[in-house]
Design a protein around this ligand. Structure first.
Ligand SMILES: [Zn+2]
Length: 280
């Protein structure tokens, strides 16, 4: 069986049958979201305590990432690390990710050398009456270019841009994000065909890895299944989708220079992030 890591997954409240993934994945990064969001047909995202309990129940498999509330100060970072979170998640900030008022938060994350996964690009937006009060929905606050700035300012933080920044994927190329050793891109998102095409077009370019080592852009990509876990029906669907995505990725890579980078995209690159930051 292939070694797989999902660098982008979420957890439902009252999760069940999470052992389903134990023999299929070597790591699943669980990114917290505000518990008040409603998920049609499937209750809500898990609470902070539920994520921590799952991480404890399956040590090394489910890894807890704390949602950053950008309206709050850097103490939330200390609190999260003390509780056992090993990474952070950014989504729907009220201002651009690189707004200077957020720098104290990043300074604190840098102190702990934690990775942070950022939603980049469009976000699915509900009707006005259903919006999450904790979220700013302006996609313009989540442009990949804002992470380019931050990755320069905070080299101690590993930045992961989720969803390839669609529709601003060009920013990732024009700014040569591949040359920032602390920058990765997760391939999750609802537009997997577009993402696979972008990957196939750019994966062979040279990139810089941590420590200044040279690699390929493909060595910066992470498999991610932006799905909720914790419900048996969802598990079957998620795993079927994952296998399809992996098969398509392998097809695109076959016979290219980045074919040897595929195991890294599926697991090795995410594993490297955890090792570099001494988190596992
Ligand atoms: Zn997500």
């Amino acid at each position: 069986m292939k070694k797989l890591i999902s660098a982008h997954s979420h957890l439902l409240t009252k999760p069940v049958e999470l052992d389903f993934f134990a023999d299929k994945f070597s790591q699943i990064w669980l990114l917290e979201l505000p518990n008040i969001i409603e998920i049609p047909g499937y209750t809500r995202p898990s609470t902070e305590d539920e994520i921590l309990a799952v991480a404890k129940q399956f040590p090394g498999l489910y890894l807890p990432f704390k949602w950053v509330d950008f309206r709050k100060g850097p103490d939330q970072i200390d609190r999260a690390v003390e509780k056992g979170f090993i990474g952070f998640k950014g989504i729907c900030p009220q201002k651009s990710y690189d707004d200077e008022s957020y720098f104290p938060i990043y300074e604190r994350i840098a102190k702990y050398h934690c990775p942070m996964v950022f939603h980049t690009g469009y976000v699915s937006t509900p009707a006005y009456s259903k919006r999450c009060p904790d979220f700013g929905y302006q996609a313009g606050n989540m442009r990949p270019a804002s992470l380019y700035t931050l990755a320069h300012l905070f080299p101690e933080i590993t930045f992961v841009a989720a969803h390839f920044g669609v529709p601003w994927e060009r920013e990732l190329f024009d700014l040569e994000i591949r040359l920032l050793p602390n920058f990765y891109i997760d391939l999750s998102g609802g537009h997997s065909e577009d993402i696979l095409n972008i990957v196939a077009e750019h994966a062979h370019h040279e990139a810089l890895l941590p420590g200044g080592e040279k690699g390929l852009f493909a060595d910066k990509f992470l498999l991610g299944l932006d799905a909720y876990l914790g419900h048996p029906q969802l598990h079957q669907d998620v795993y079927a989708y994952c296998n399809e995505f992996v098969a398509e990725l392998e097809k695109k890579a076959a016979g290219t220079v980045w074919e040897k980078s595929v195991p890294g995209i599926l697991a090795g690159n995410a594993e490297r992030i955890m090792k570099e930051n001494h988190l596992l």
